[in-house]
Design a protein around this ligand. Structure first.
Ligand SMILES: [Cu+2]
Length: 225
């Protein structure tokens, strides 16, 4: 798994880990029961019986078969619903708002913070190399809202380090928020929905910087326009 860079990514990671631990525990019990049956309940060599003893209509066992899976599904449902509500929560006011426009085949990021705006547009022909891809600069330790839009076809905004992606659908107002961790660095981003011939070149980068560097960046961008 990539290193997470948002508070939300840590929630996704722990849901993922918990689901795998639960699946593995279930698997161990099931495999154990299968092996036990295979080893100790196979047909004896000199047995004259056609079938082993039958246990259908055994009420306690059937209750167990019904109740145990119900409990398992309820536990998975509870944690998934709890984390989904957190991940899709939009009630807090963001420090930074980014309008993300995905188009065939690059990105336009319009970043707004404290009344100042910076715009970055990718040139599709330059997207051959990741280092030429458009760069989205964000401050560390802040709440960021992404408003996704597309003028052409369906794309998907994916930063693997967010451990989250959301489709960018023409005419649909998809939004989400993250709180960036107190980290700096550059992280890869890409389109995750096959959107045409240059889909694989729809790369971008997310650069996490300190608040001071971010203020400087957005002031210089705003001044340049
Ligand atoms: Cu795309």
């Amino acid at each position: 798994m990539p290193e997470g860079i948002t508070e939300q990514s840590e929630v996704v990671q722990s849901l993922w880990n918990g689901s795998w631990i639960a699946a593995l525990a279930t698997g161990v019990v099931v495999w154990g029961l299968i092996l036990w049956s295979v080893a100790f309940h196979r047909k004896r060599k000199n047995s004259t019986e056609e079938l082993p003893p039958q246990v259908r209509y055994n009420l306690p066992i059937e209750m167990l078969y019904t109740i145990v899976p119900l409990i398992m599904v309820s536990v998975l449902f509870f944690f998934t619903a709890r984390d989904q509500n957190y991940l899709t929560d939009m009630s807090a006011k963001p420090d930074v708002t980014v309008k993300v426009e995905a188009f065939q085949w690059s990105w336009r990021f319009t970043t707004e913070a404290a009344g100042k705006t910076a715009e970055v547009v990718g040139v599709p022909a330059d997207n051959y190399k990741a280092q030429e891809a458009p760069e989205l600069v964000l401050p560390a330790g802040k709440r960021v809202q992404f408003n996704l839009s597309s003028p052409d076809v369906i794309h998907s905004f994916w930063v693997p380090a967010f451990k989250f992606k959301l489709d960018v659908i023409p005419g649909v107002d998809n939004r989400f928020q993250v709180v960036t961790l107190d980290k700096t660095g550059t992280f890869a981003g890409r389109c995750a929905e096959l959107c045409g011939v240059d889909h694989s070149r729809m790369l971008f980068r997310v650069k996490l910087v300190t608040q001071a560097e971010f203020d400087q960046y957005i002031a210089s961008q705003a001044g340049a326009q």
